[in-house]
Design a protein around this ligand. Structure first.
Ligand SMILES: [Zn+2]
Length: 125
């Protein structure tokens, strides 16, 4: 939409507003359009010609590499989680060890103890 600054002089009170002039807005995508401003020119990062809302295309506007930073942090978090899961698996396998011993009957434990004593005696001799 083109605004004629001359028409604003009819509706605005005299001598209280800053001087308005036509201003060229330049976008980072290369699009330019004119509007009315106190500034002679404006430079913007995004405009209606390139914003995903207007274009309907999925596009990431990556300023200062924030997406890269995020994906790096995500990768680190995933690695950390993997390590934690491995530790959990090790801990749970260690827990299973004593449970196997508990499943031994008293008779079996006595037999094991006797066998150990006999092996000790044999080694002493
Ligand atoms: Zn643009």
């Amino acid at each position: 939409m083109q605004v004629n600054p001359g028409i604003l002089h009819f509706v605005m009170k005299k001598d209280i507003h800053p001087k308005l002039n036509t201003c060229v807005v330049t976008c980072a995508c290369g699009n330019t359009f004119t509007t009315v401003s106190t500034l002679p020119s404006i430079t913007v990062e995004i405009c209606s010609a390139c914003h995903p809302f207007y274009t309907g295309q999925s596009k990431f506007v990556d300023t200062e590499g924030r997406i890269d930073k995020f994906s790096r942090r995500l990768k680190l978090a995933e690695e950390k989680k993997k390590k934690a899961d491995e530790l959990k698996a090790i801990k749970s396998s260690k827990k299973k060890g004593p449970e196997v011993l508990k499943e031994m009957t008293l008779k079996e434990m006595l037999q094991k103890a006797k066998a150990e004593e006999e092996s000790k005696k044999q080694s002493e001799e």
